[in-house]
Structures are given as C-alpha cells and as structure tokens.
Design a protein around this ligand. Structure first.
Ligand code: HEC
Ligand code: HEC
Length: 779
C-alpha cells in the first residue's frame, strides 16, 4: 500500500521491457527515474576471447557488455556496449564476435569488436533465455537455453500450456554463419528436451557434444492433496489412521503423527509430501507407506541431456531414457573436464520430504539448517555421482559449532577446470569465496572440507561470485562478484585475490539494493553451518518449484487479524500448516500479509496494519533461526535493509501476453470471464483476485477468503502461474472432482497450482465443486 512509487517504477520497467523487446533496443530501464530490480540470476557472466587478449563481462543491472583488455599488468576497460535487458551470459565466437544473452529481452545481442564495438544483430529467442555455448563444426553453432513460451516461439513450437507430458526445455540452435534473412534470425533448429525450463550448458573441447541442464529439475517429490490423504478427524487417539477408500481406490489413509501441537490443539487436515523410491517403484511418505494410488503420473527426473552438436540439425543423443537423471534438484552450471571428458554439475539437492521447521521436539523431525545440500555431481560415462561439498556439517547440531561455516561452500554456481583437468574452481555465490578442488579427489569423493589441506577456499573482497574464467597464460582466475558488481582477479599460483587488479563495473543500483542483497544469499552470515540461506529455496529471489511442509508443532496457534472477503470456519493459523509450495519473493509490494495463509502479518503487532508489507516481511526474522539454523535473528537495522531490498523485487514481463499488450483468442475470453459473471457463489474472479495494476494489485489486495479448503488462505496474486505449468495428473478426490483422473505418464514437474502445488491445471480447479457452475466446460 505505501509502495506506489516502487510500483510506478515496476510498471515503468515493464513498459520499458516490452519496448526493448519490440525494438531490440536497450538501456530503457536506465532511462526510467527509478531503478527496477529484477534480480535475474547470472549464468555465464564472463568470457575470454579465444586469443586471451580480451575479457568480456556482463553488467546485468546496467544492460551492458563490458570489454577489458588483458595484459600482464591486469585488466583495462576498453569498451562498454549497450545490449538488451538483464544480460546474464556471454560467449565469444571469435576474437571479434561476442554473443550476449539478454534474460528479460528474450534476445541475443551479437557484438562486433572490429572498429567501435557495437551490436550488429539482435536475435529473438524463447522466454527468459539463460545460457549460451558454441559447438558443432568449427564452433559455428550457438546453443541457447530458453523456456518453452514467450512471444518469439514459432508456431512449430507452441507453448502447449494445457498439454500433459510436453517437453518444456528448449535449446535454440543458430548457425552463426547463416542467421537467416529475417530481422529476428532463423534458428537452425529448436530442440525440445523432456524437462522444465533449462539453464546451464556445457560443451566438450572438440565441440561435438553439448550438454543442457534443467534448472528446477525437481527430485521426484510431489504433494498428495488433503482430499486424497483422507485424514480422519479423530485427533484423540494418537494413532496413524488406517487405509481408507476414495471413489473405490484404497489409500494408506491419514497423516503421520503428531496430531497436535505443543499446546495440544489438533491440526487441520492437510496434504502430504511423498517421494518416489526408485528401487521399489513406490511413492512413499516418511512412514514408508505406498501412495501410488494417489499419484497419477511419473517423474523420470531427467536432468542433463546430451546433444550431438555436429548432426544436421543438432539432435539429442539417444532416447530420453539415455539421459542423466537424479543429478540434483536445482542445477546451476556445468563444465566438461578437458582431460577426461567428465561433466561437473553444480547443484543443490532438496530435503523437502522431511517435515517441519523449528526445534523438532514435538514433531520428531525438522529441516532446520538442512534444506538444499550444495553439491557437484560428476557425470562419468553413464554414471551419476553426486558429491556433497559440505559433508563436514553435522546437521543434527544447531547452531553448528564455530568454524563450520568456514569449511562450507554455499550455492555453487560458476565452474572452471584447468587444461590438465586436475583442478576445479567453484564459485560459491552464498559464501563470498572460490572453492578449489582436486578433481580426482572430488570424483573419488575422498576430499575432506574439514581438514585444512582438504579443500582450498579463496576468500573474495566482494560477495556473490557468480562466474569464473581461467586465464592460464597469466595464472589468473577472473571472478564476477555480483554483490559489488566487480571483476576480481585471483592468482592461481598463490590462490589469493589480487586486490589491486580488481575492476568495478558501473552500477546504477541504489544503496537500498546493494546493502540489502547479501541477507538473501549470504549463508556464512545468515546461517550457522554456512550452507543454508533464504536463497537455498528462494533461488535468486524466486522459488525452487517444490513444496515444503514447514509447519512447526512446537509453536502455538496464531490469531488471524487479516481482512476477510468471504468468511469461513476458524480463520486462525495452526502451526501445522501442511505442505506449501515455495513462493517467489518477487512482487510482494502492495500484496499485504505474507505466506499462502497470510500468517506472516503485521496485523498482530500492537496497532499494526495487516496490509503493511514492511511489517509483514520483518516477521520472517524468526526464520533465520527456525529454518536456517542461525544462532539468532538479524538486528533491526539488518532486517530493515533486507526488507528495503526485497520489497523492490519485481516480475519479468508476462511471456504469454502480446508485445502490444492486447489479448488474443482464449486470452480475451478468459479476461471477459475474469471480470464477467459470478463464477463463485458470490464473486467473479476479480471480486477476489483484484486486478488493479495502477494500485499495484496483480490478483490480490491482501484479503483472505474461504475457498473450500481446510484452512483459510490469503487470495493469492496470479503473476507466476506461467512458471507452474508442467505437472499433469490428479486422482479423484471429493473437493476437486472435475477433469480427467486417468494416469498421465511422465511429467516434467512434481508440483502445480494452489498452496500445496497438488492441483495440475486451472481447468480442473475451476471445474471444482467450489465454483457454482463448471467454468471448465465453458472455457
Ligand atoms: C526450505 C525452503 C525455504 C527457505 C530456506 C526459506 N523459505 Fe521462504 N518460503 C518457503 C515456502 C515453502 C513458502 C510458503 C510457505 C507458506 O505459505 O506457509 C515461503 C514463503 C515465503 C514468503 C512469502 C512470500 C509471499 O508472497 O507471501 C517470504 C516473504 C519468504 N518465504 C521469505 C523467506 C526468508 C526471508 C527466508 C530466509 C530467512 C526464507 N523465506 C527461507 C520456503 C523457504
Ligand atoms: C471467493 C474468492 C475467490 C474467487 C471468486 C476466485 N478465487 Fe482463485 N483463489 C482464491 C483463494 C483463497 C486461492 C488460494 C487457495 C489455495 O491455495 O488453496 C485461490 C487460488 C487461485 C489460483 C492458484 C494460484 C497459484 O499460484 O497456484 C488461481 C490460478 C486462481 N485462484 C484463479 C482464479 C480464477 C481464474 C477465478 C475466477 C474464475 C478465481 N480464482 C476465483 C480465492 C478466489
């Protein structure tokens, strides 16, 4: 509510983004009066020219490519070239031709360095492109990862937002020697891989094989909705309920214990997270019960795909079953060891099948401090060998003993290997350091982070190292440090930063962004084990595409002071809330109370206003100890800095709406329904999901409503529905009986819509009994 200035800024950014998309021009965000914070994750921010005389760095906030000359005395800036919005990756095709991936503009800028460096061509690609490598004959083919959606996908690759089993990971391939005659360029091919949106790419030294990794690849977990859990309402027997029958299908029945919180108050009925056990072929909960009857799809969890870059056109090598599965939950970057061709994948692995946060006394389990383990997974032939980088952590001890964080590396991202293939450099985005690993010890899992000689960590003067590039001719490693938007130089002989060689990139981010950012990512400061941070799950300020059961049975029921649109039974917040999908931290300004239920609310403060986001976000200070395992909360000053930063984060432009902002086909029908007749018992969609952009409302005004659920939920915003498409298949349950309940086979995501991610399509949700006539049939 008090953030209208920021909203204006965000809208300015949206419009600027749309124009930049249309016109292929850049730098418009800079022209706006206020800085718009998109917080795009950098993927490959640095590249060296093949002859080693130039270093290229993306300046993400300033929408530029920075060009440095490389010499014995260090780096000298020689050019700064405006590219598209939020550049996140760069690759040099030759000493004079550099390609830059613009994450927000859905484009690739080709920069020519002969004469005055400038963009000579802009190729349009799929939504939110992330990485780029060159491969194939003579390295002439560019491979670019994008989502399967956006204004530039051709009719031959429709987004198929409602089609089950659609491959959603695209790799666009361009022939750099023949870009086509159209303005936007003609791709040689667009590969469709059986995963959700991809991120990382890597290429073998001979250019023959390109690897593509799925960003939020998941970990074979999903949520069984509360209807299918068929809980019993007898919370007095202190027993796990027995099997039950739903529409003729037998389910194990009921939630694992406990039934009550520390005060003896019975919990609401909730859903349950289950994980696929590959040996037995069963979807299991923590009690080992088989929930196969409740999961109507399978998750092959394919993570890394191999592509023949020399084929005409380039193609996936082998079948889906030949690809690499179970590499990690969130995959960041990849590199090929030039000596043995093994692939290293930086990733994190989530423990969302474990229930509860907090001390875990009443509940008997907790994820506190043990969220996403930081790993490098080695792909060796057909073997997938995960290596936990922080195996010295004893997760059961919280807070961790002093010194634990010094031995940890958090959020491993950018990677580089020397030409002998003996040393791997890993940028620890959440640690402000580079981890230096002996590759044979990493492969053999014989490294020990706990002994001083086990792993070398190179501390950096700037936080958020996102990418690394080796300059072996000068015995240097260049590191882009995102927090201070700089390029650091590490001497690979002494393994220390050469501070005098550090170069800062021009940064137009306000102090409120720069000062608050570390609280999101810095695991050394915000946890005690040095691995856990808010960004473990809120990856680059967004989400991890998972649900977690972060209830806390050691907590008490909390009063619900939030304004209510449609009242329902017992609005108060029981601490055993059940599975909830991780929410994005984007676009929280003007949205009022936080969490799916709105249980983080300023309304419980004396004189507090439930629609005050600033006060709501400060309630998350408790999560530093309850969830990250920090020894205590942040100071008020630190929490204010974090709040001032995070409430500026905004969404990228809508990928499904026309660039001229008009609605086509079904979109128009949907719009008219949204504002049209009453579809609920009392309201049309807009009656609850308030759509009022000038006042910063994109589907919510912060109110709560009864919605035929066992708990009251805040009416959610609708801005990231596009990221939740890809889980299809649901069993018949009492409250969501509409739709096709058949087995839907392999899917690319384990979580879909609503608070617990258990609903596969909006179509089904709107066919549910809660709506007075089946909207589904009319759509
Ligand atoms: C283990 C994964 C995980 C970690 C770590 C995590 N979160 Fe979350 N976050 C979630 C989930 C799950 C939800 C939804 C929970 C709910 O609705 O009850 C959420 C929701 C939120 C929301 C609400 C967004 C909205 O639009 O209402 C905020 C704000 C938030 N988290 C902040 C934080 C902060 C700050 C930290 C670090 C102190 C943090 N989170 C750490 C998983 C995580
Ligand atoms: C009575 C108020 C109300 C009305 C009317 C209503 N909704 Fe909702 N909607 C909610 C609430 C509350 C939730 C959250 C429920 C949950 O998470 O379990 C929700 C959830 C959703 C979600 C899931 C969001 C996500 O991120 O997963 C979508 C999409 C949605 N509604 C769209 C619609 C559309 C479209 C209409 C009109 C056809 C509509 N809603 C009508 C209250 C309402």
């Amino acid at each position: 509510m008090q953030h209208s200035a920021r909203v204006q800024a965000a809208r300015g950014g949206w419009v600027a983004g749309a124009f930049a998309l249309v016109l292929g021009i850049a730098g418009l965000a800079a022209a706006a009066n206020s800085f718009v914070l998109f917080e795009s994750g950098q993927v490959r921010p640095l590249a060296l020219s093949p002859d080693g005389t130039r270093l290229f760095a993306v300046n993400t906030p300033d929408n530029r490519l920075e060009v440095f000359s490389v010499g014995a005395s260090g780096l000298a800036k020689i050019a700064s070239v405006e590219v598209g919005m939020e550049p996140v990756a760069v690759a040099a095709r030759s000493n004079t031709e550099v390609w830059v991936v613009n994450h927000l503009s859905d484009s690739v800028s080709i920069v020519d360095l002969t004469g005055t460096p400038q963009v000579v061509r802009t190729l349009l690609v799929g939504d939110e492109p992330r990485d780029i490598v060159f491969g194939g004959p003579g390295g002439t083919r560019a491979f670019i990862t994008t989502a399967r959606r956006g204004q530039n996908v051709p009719v031959s690759v429709p987004p198929l937002l409602t089609t089950a089993g659609t491959p959603r990971a695209l790799v666009w391939v361009f022939d750099a020697t023949n870009l086509g005659n159209t303005l936007e360029g003609v791709p040689l091919t667009i590969l469709q891989l059986f995963g959700d949106t991809p991120r990382a790419l890597a290429v073998t030294p001979d250019g023959h094989t390109v690897y593509a990794g799925v960003f939020h690849s998941g970990n074979q977990t999903t949520a069984v909705s509360e209807g299918a859990v068929c809980d019993d309402s007898n919370l007095n027997d202190n027993l796990v309920p027995g099997p039950c029958n739903i529409f003729g299908v037998t389910m194990p029945g009921g939630m694992p214990l406990p039934e009550r919180n520390v005060d003896g108050i019975g919990r609401p009925e909730t859903g349950l997270i289950v994980k696929f056990d590959n040996p037995s072929g069963q979807w299991r909960d923590q009690l080992g019960r088989n929930w196969n009857n409740a999961v109507k799809f399978s998750l092959p969890d394919l993570d890394v795909f191999a592509i023949d870059a020399t084929a005409n056109p380039p193609a996936q090598i082998g079948l889906d079953s030949d690809q690499y599965a179970h590499v990690g939950t969130v995959l960041f970057n990849m590199v090929v060891n030039p000596a043995n061709n093994k692939v290293y994948v930086s990733n994190t692995d989530a423990h969302n099948e474990v229930r509860f946060e907090g001390p875990g006394v009443v509940g008997g389990s907790t994820v506190r401090g043990h969220l996403h383990e930081a790993r490098i997974t080695v792909l060796d032939g057909t073997s997938v060998l995960p290596r936990h980088l922080n195996k010295q952590i004893t997760y059961s001890v919280v807070p961790s003993p002093m010194g634990t964080a010094d031995q940890s590396l958090a959020t491993p991202v950018g990677l580089a290997v020397d030409h002998l293939g003996t040393t791997l450099y890993v940028a620890g985005f959440g640690s402000q350091k580079i981890g230096v690993y002996d590759t044979s010890k990493l492969e053999g899992d014989t490294f020990d982070p706990a002994v001083p000689t086990g792993v070398t960590y190179v501390p950096l003067s700037g936080g958020g190292p996102s990418g690394v590039v080796l300059d072996e001719a000068h015995s240097r490693l260049y590191v882009l440090t995102r927090f201070d938007n700089s390029v650091s130089v590490v001497n690979t002989g002494t393994l220390s930063e050469e501070l005098s060689l550090k170069r800062s990139l021009y940064n137009l981010e306000p102090a409120s962004v720069v000062n608050g950012r570390p609280f999101l990512y810095d695991a050394a400061f915000t946890s005690s084990n040095g691995e856990a941070s808010c960004s473990s799950c809120h990856v680059f300020g967004d989400f991890d595409s998972l649900a977690w059961d972060l209830g806390n049975p050691d907590n008490s029921v909390l009063h619900n002071p939030n304004p209510i649109r449609v009242p329902g039974p017992n609005p108060n917040f029981h601490p055993m809330k059940g599975p909830m999908t991780t929410q994005s931290l984007r676009g929280m300004a003007n949205n009022g109370p936080m969490h799916w239920r709105g249980d983080r609310t300023a309304g419980n403060d004396p004189g507090g206003n439930p629609l005050d986001e600033d006060g709501a976000f400060k309630k998350f200070n408790a999560a530093f100890s309850d969830l990250l395992g920090r020894s205590g909360p942040l100071t008020d000053t630190e929490m204010q800095a974090f709040t001032d930063f995070i409430l500026q984060e905004t969404y990228p432009p809508n990928p499904n709406r026309g660039l001229n902002n008009t609605l086509v086909g079904d979109q128009k029908l949907g719009h008219d329904l949204y504002f049209g007749r009453v579809t609920d018992t009392v309201f049309n969609c807009n009656g609850c999901h308030v759509l009022d952009p000038p006042n910063g409302h994109f589907g919510t005004d912060g109110f709560t409503s009864f919605e035929h659920e066992t708990q009251m939920f805040k009416i959610p915003h609708l801005r990231n529905a596009y990221q939740k498409v890809g889980m299809f298949g649901m069993p018949q349950v009492a409250f969501l009986s509409g739709g096709d309940n058949g087995f839907k086979n392999a899917q690319v995501r384990g979580f879909g819509f609503l608070h617990d991610g258990s609903v596969d399509t909006l179509f089904r949700f709107h066919g549910a009994t809660v709506f007075n006539t089946s909207i589904a049939e009319r759509q």
